[in-house]
Write a protein that binds this ligand. Structure first.
Ligand code: 4GM
Length: 228
């Protein structure tokens, strides 16, 4: 999977170079290409934004600068995603669908927004990470890259993807490790029994109980918007 990110703040993506995603980039399982939109300003002051037509507060990113940044990475088969509060909310189903693409171009806005004409011209899909406003699309782009990369072969071990939360719309059972007693609390006996069938049954019961308690709506989706 290749991610091209069009942004005014490429340095914001440094955290993706850590941990599992960092390793996936090193191992060439995913490719992260950061494009600084400012490099495409033709202006001698490297201006990328201007005041909105019709008046009002804030600045608007200029259509021609964003378009030239896009042309520098444009490919026939790439899907262009604009991270915006107006988009469809990202969920695990969508994450999985996106992981089947080979090339995503992520457009990150800042200031008050981007000139609508370039959005209409280049964007295939508008995605939001939730109903709240951020100062830019960079954090949403990072959330998308992280969540999608987990489904790319060789990024996680297969067991982790299979057993995690939201698999079949169920939350995960609780986990325990040494010591056997912590602050007077003992690890559930069944997990020490070595009886694999009982352990499996106990974990399934826990998953169901926790899902009912914390996210009952997920159960309603069972079998409808299935994740795996
Ligand atoms: C307005 C238009 C995405 C604001 C375009 C971006 C929240 C989300 C921005 C933009 C954002 C979200 C920047 N805030 N909920 N702010 O996914 O890029």
């Amino acid at each position: 999977m290749k991610f091209d990110v069009l942004t005014l703040f490429p340095e914001m993506f440094t955290p993706l170079k850590e941990s599992i995603i960092g390793k996936a980039i090193e191992d060439k399982k995913i490719e992260l290409n950061l494009i600084n939109i400012r490099d495409f300003s033709k202006d001698k002051h490297k201006k990328v934004d201007d005041t909105p037509y019709g008046g009002g507060a804030g600045m608007v990113m200029k259509a021609d600068v964003v378009y030239d940044a896009y042309l520098s990475v444009k490919k026939e088969k790439a899907k262009v995603i604009f991270l915006s509060p107006q988009g469809k909310t990202l969920n695990q189903q969508k994450v999985k669908e996106l992981s089947n693409e080979n090339h995503l171009i992520l457009l990150c806005g800042h200031y008050e927004g981007i000139d609508q004409r370039v959005i209409d011209e280049i964007v295939d899909e508008e995605i939001s990470i939730g109903d709240y406003i951020l100062t830019g699309g960079e954090l949403p782009a990072m959330v998308l890259i992280d969540s999608v990369s987990r489904y790319i072969d060789g990024v996680l071990n297969k067991e982790s993807v299979k057993e995690e939360s939201f698999t079949n719309n169920m939350l995960e059972y609780p986990q325990y490790t040494r010591p056997e007693v912590f602050l007077g609390k003992k690890v559930p006996e069944v997990l020490l029994s070595g009886h694999h069938e009982n352990i499996k049954k106990w974990r399934e019961e826990q998953s169901l109980k926790i899902t009912l308690q914390k996210r009952p709506n997920l159960l309603k989706l069972k079998g409808k918007e299935d994740i795996q």
